[in-house]
Design a protein around this ligand. Structure first.
Ligand code: ADP
Ligand code: MG
Length: 294
């Protein structure tokens, strides 16, 4: 490829809001066969709202539950964290000044010491591992299982304290963006750490795309490597958990505005506007560059 053509493509891409770290990635985009898309924060806005917050039983104080949760979540950069903090604030609950040992539990949630108590917050996977399903009655859990939403669990010192439910909105342009990619002959696959029910709900909203749910970051990488065997594959994501898959893709794309710094650093391309329709624009630009070169 000639340097002139390559840099011309990069300038044009920048005008479209795509920062490309090297002309070869534009060429790769031109040859794209498959795109793997993260759900939370990529196909969706990543702006969650809490719809249910239920203590495990009547002896558990809801304000205490909110205090533990918000204190830990104040340290988290996951898109679910601000919703949980805001929910606690709405109920006038303060955050502890003594939060230490904050940890990300890969594919499960988060934990920290709050006032020297171990607080663990996360999904089904975490609850199963800690045996929390036995602590909660079916009626409470059923109340939390709102269609298309994600159920979260919180506990103190290894014991379940409560469950909550939250939901997110798909990006308004996501359907159009996925349709455009399909029209270009590109296969779209959604990869998510979230549960099957919320993955299905988002898939239906964005044009019934194939999906794989409840993936750990390493599962995302493995799925990506399988997809790569069938053709040139891109991955687009926003989270810290997407970084390994972004690195493993033929071309990794990070959500620019909403994305985490780690995703931005790892990716080969950054979508500065968060507008998913720019994906098809990038492929078209890549194809144009290739035809110019050949
Ligand atoms: P995803 O991109 O689906 O959010 P992650 O690997 O980041 O994937 O997280 C997996 C799951 O762990 C999330 O879907 C969520 O249920 C739970 N989780 C992660 N971080 C948090 C957090 N800060 N608070 C509550 N739950 C969390
Ligand atoms: Mg994400």
């Amino acid at each position: 490829s000639t340097p002139v053509t390559t840099s011309c493509g990069i300038t044009q891409a920048a005008r479209e809001g795509l920062i490309i770290k090297g002309g070869n990635f534009l060429e790769v985009l031109g040859k794209l066969k498959i795109i793997a898309v993260d759900k939370t924060g990529t196909l969706t806005e990543g702006h969650f709202a809490v719809s249910q917050m239920l203590p495990v039983d009547s002896t558990t104080d809801i304000r205490q539950l909110l205090y533990w949760i918000a204190s830990v979540e104040s340290k988290s950069s996951h898109p679910m964290a601000p919703a949980l903090v805001a929910y606690a604030q709405l109920h006038g609950v303060e955050i502890s000044q003594e939060v230490t040992d904050f940890e990300i539990l890969s594919g499960e949630g988060v934990s920290a010491l709050v006032d020297r108590h171990l607080i663990q917050i996360g999904n089904e996977r975490l609850a199963s591992r800690l045996g929390w399903h036995e602590d909660i009655d079916a009626v409470t859990l059923e109340k939390c299982n709102v269609e298309g939403s994600t159920v979260g669990w919180a506990g103190v010192d290894g014991k379940c304290l409560g469950v909550y439910s939250m939901a997110d909105q798909h990006r308004p342009e996501a359907y159009e963006a996925m349709e455009s990619l399909k029209k270009l002959g590109i296969k779209v696959v959604m990869l998510t750490g979230d549960n099957h029910s919320s993955a299905l709900a988002v898939s239906n909203k964005v044009g019934s795309i194939e999906f794989h749910a409840q993936l750990l970051p390493e599962d995302k990488v493995r799925t990506l490597q399988e997809l790569k065997l069938t053709g040139i594959t891109s991955m687009i994501g926003d989270g810290i958990n997407d970084a390994p898959a972004l690195a493993a893709a033929d071309v990794g794309i990070a959500m620019g505005v909403a994305g985490s710094a780690v995703a931005m650093e790892t990716a080969h391309v950054a979508l500065m506007t968060n507008d998913l329709r720019k994906l098809a624009a990038a492929v078209i630009l890549g194809r144009k560059c290739r035809s110019k070169i050949q």
